[in-house]
Design a protein around this ligand. Sequence first.
Ligand SMILES: [Ca+2]
Ligand SMILES: [Ca+2]
Length: 159
Amino acid sequence: MEDNNGKFRVYTLSNRCLIEKFSNKCLPAKCGKDQKYWEGSCYYFQRTIKMTWYYARKNCSKQTMTLISLETEREYEFVKKSYFQDKKFPVLIGLTDENQEGEFYWEGTGKILGSFTSWQPGEPNNQGLRENQVHININGWNDIDKNLPSYWVCEKILI
Ligand SMILES: [Ca+2]
Ligand SMILES: [Ca+2]
C-alpha cells in the first residue's frame, strides 16, 4: 500500500499487526475497543441490532468507518464466520448501485465491484426496480430495498 507521497510505507503480514516494510517492525494495529483487527483493517460487527442500509452506514460513519468493502473470498469467509454459525443474517455490506443501475461499487473505497462476487442465483435482480443496496445471506449476496433492516459490518482500512 502506498502513502500520499507514493512511497511504500507499511504492509500487513499478520493478523495481529502492521509490518513496516523496511524496518520489519510490528506496528500495533489501532482499532477501537469494540473493533477487531484483521489484515490491515478494523472491523465492527453488529450482531444484535438490525438497521436499514443508510442508518447502518451512518452508524459506521460515527466510528469513522464505512460499511464493509468485501473484496476477496478470504474477507468474505472471515465475515461469514462471525455471523452464519450463530444464524445471524442477513448482513449489510457497503455495496450499492444507487448512482447507476447495475453499476455496483463499494461505498467505502469508491471502487467498482471487482472480479470477486458471490451473488445468489438470479441476483442481483433489482426487484421492483428499487433494489440498490446489498446484503449477504446464508446463500450469498442479494440486492435489496433500502428499507430492509439487517445486521451490518463496518470497516476502516488502516493502510
Ligand atoms: Ca439496483
Ligand atoms: Ca435482489
